[in-house]
Design a binder for this molecule. Sequence first.
Ligand code: GUN
Ligand code: ZN
Length: 432
Amino acid sequence: MSILLLGQTLAFTADPFLHPWEDCVAHHARGGVLIEGGRIAAVGDGATLEQDNPAAEVWDYGSDLILPGFVDAHMHYPQTGIVASWGKRLIDWLNTYTFPEEMRFKDPAYAREVADRTLDLSLAHGTTTLCSFGTIHPESVDAFFEAAEARGMRVVAGKTCMDRDTAPLDLRDTAQAGYDQSAELIARWHGRDRATYAITPRFSPTSTPAQLEALGALWAANPSCLMQTHLSEQGDEVAWVRALYPEARDYLDTYEAFGLIGERALYGHTIHLEPREMDRLSETGAAVVHCPTSNTFIGSGLFDLAGLKARGLSVGLATDTGGGSSFSMLRTMAATYEIAQLRGEAIHPSQLLWLATEGSAKALHLDGVVGRLGAGAEADLVVLDLASTPAIAQRVARAEGLWDAVFPTIMMGDDRAVRATWVAGRPVPRPG
Ligand code: GUN
Ligand code: ZN
């Protein structure tokens, strides 16, 4: 059986950071998305698709905008309960709020409850794929993958490894246990249904060189896994890394020395990079992930989006919740715009939408699979009401053209703008 969604459709045909955005978008004011077997079978003119597929079940969304579901390329589901905790910078924030909360995830029932809540919140905000850190407890990763499987979602996750005395005793594994538990999770989850495993050293300050070496070996033995961590988020953190790893050339070198660099690597934040680090990231094809609401909330700094894209880096976009202050990729795009403005650059709405969909999917090596409104991609979709609040509606009433109509929702929209979310070709039931 086929399903036909009617509405405004917007698809990317190329990266609008690398080509004039006018050449990168296919827009239908009255378009259609044909779904067959959980995948997109065709995108095009709505009336034509309706005529050609008379047996399809039609869902008419009027003038609402149909996009690929948002892809959140870096977040911490175990931090959902401590989002918006006041007054701390990174290291203090980890010690005061994050680590005590993460200790609770040794209880599988609590882990599952928070995993369920996080995925439901994300879906309500139009996010269909997340790449999440777990805690050091393997049960936290099982809980997340099980919750995603129950919803049919494509997700990426990994057990956060920490074996150094910089982390509290209750949140420490060992180099061997980190390796063994991660290996078991890879065997259980990587490639099962829609799951991808990411080998996950939290960041070099909380791992010993022996643990980084062990995880480098694990990745070499499982090269189809992703590897996610943090890099150069805050000044104090960079200085700390320098003190803990005196022989390293720079922060990235603490990973590179142990094989934790490569095409499938994902580094969150990357704000205070040295030129050598930028060169190595670009040479190796690694991805960096911009976490703008976190970078302002924790006071980390202004990510150089235009500069890193100009160097050819793969850039994903993410909430980093609970360091980030929102579950919304709309809010995340707004913060991306604001941070770029503070650097003297105006990011076009097409570039913002591309980052939150195709850009993040590319960073996760899932391009063509999710984050794309095109034939063959999996049918994970979000439908946006572009006049979801009185404040947005009054602005859109005078909009001139597509981007002027979309930008107010990017800047001012939240979960009220999400008319529907579809996962694997099925509408996500709404609470109530
Ligand atoms: N660096 C190491 N761990 C974390 C974390 O949980 N959140 C953020 N924002 N940065 C980190
Ligand atoms: Zn993070």
